[in-house]
Design a protein around this ligand. Sequence first.
Ligand code: ATP
Ligand code: FE
Length: 347
Amino acid sequence: KIILGIETSCDDTSFALLKGNPDDLSEKPTLLAHQSFSQELMLQKWGGVVPEIAARNHLEKITPLLDSCFKTAGVKITDVSLIAVTTHPGLLGPLLTGINCAKTLALLHNLPIASVNHLYAHLEAIHLTESVPYPYLGLLVSGGHSLYLKVTSPTSFEILGNTIDDAAGEAFDKGGKLLGLGYPAGKIIDDLAVNGDPKKYTFPISMLDSGDATLSFSGVKTSLRNFIEANPEGSFKMEDVCASYQYAIVEALSRKLKKAQDIAGAHDLPIVVGGGVACNSSLRTTLKNNYKNVHVVAPRFCTDNGAMIANYALRTYHDAISFPECLGLDARGQFVSKKEKLEHQRK
Ligand code: ATP
Ligand code: FE
């Protein structure tokens, strides 16, 4: 079966055509085409994502990217048997552009749609390159989320720990903004940190004594702000500050993983790490040094991409919404507030 994956939940417009066998998931799927456009440069002058502008940029890119995807793969829309689209969570305007693209194609070609949870897709992206058995312990670290999850099947995810404020990616991006490094700052900090001393400065590792797998990254960010106010530009080596700041974030994620294992009641589950922050070189080595059986999603499938959306739909193929019911699909399930996040955690 060929699945078209559509991702527009934030600032990446991405399409993929993935060929796979939904009735035998041990067969590795084949990525026939994968085309993305990142709005990073366009959004740089705003210092972050402006939802309205991001949605308009998606609209401009959808048709050329889709055309190019089909040309590269050498297939036609009539060869596609399922359209997969991110429906939640994400920014409403950007999500709706992708959902409306999916509905238009479904209407024209009588196709079913798979409504994909973007977060589950981030973790399950591991199966694009390797097969990891269930249950596994997932660490999802992205621009908007930091979650420890116990994953028992492609559709059953139990939250073991969450952040009470900023996400890890947000800590990188906002820290980078304070340091004047540009947006998004995760990769910039990662690259600078390679030549810095992580022990040069001490930034706080939050919630170490909370006894659970709860994370918090607002304190480390405030402490960076205080550091910058107390130390004028030029009085410190940027590489050292980046390495020390990154160290605090990575240590928090690594140490709390042990707590997540305690809560899961199992210390031998495979560990899967996904989401944009899973590209971080220090996080990858730290987790591999401290834990056994660590599987990190390949960097090209860590940040938002259409391949992970198609892949998730392949793994949940029979849950797709058939035509014409799929035309009623909407964006849903967005984690909008801290309160909602906590409620979700309790469930
Ligand atoms: P969500 O998935 O929670 O909706 P998102 O889709 O915006 O959020 P992703 O695309 O998964 O997030 O990841 C983007 C984040 O990953 C950004 O915060 C970016 O700074 C971070 N990131 C990317 N590369 C690195 C890196 N090498 N080190 C640290 N962070 C990184
Ligand atoms: Fe994402």
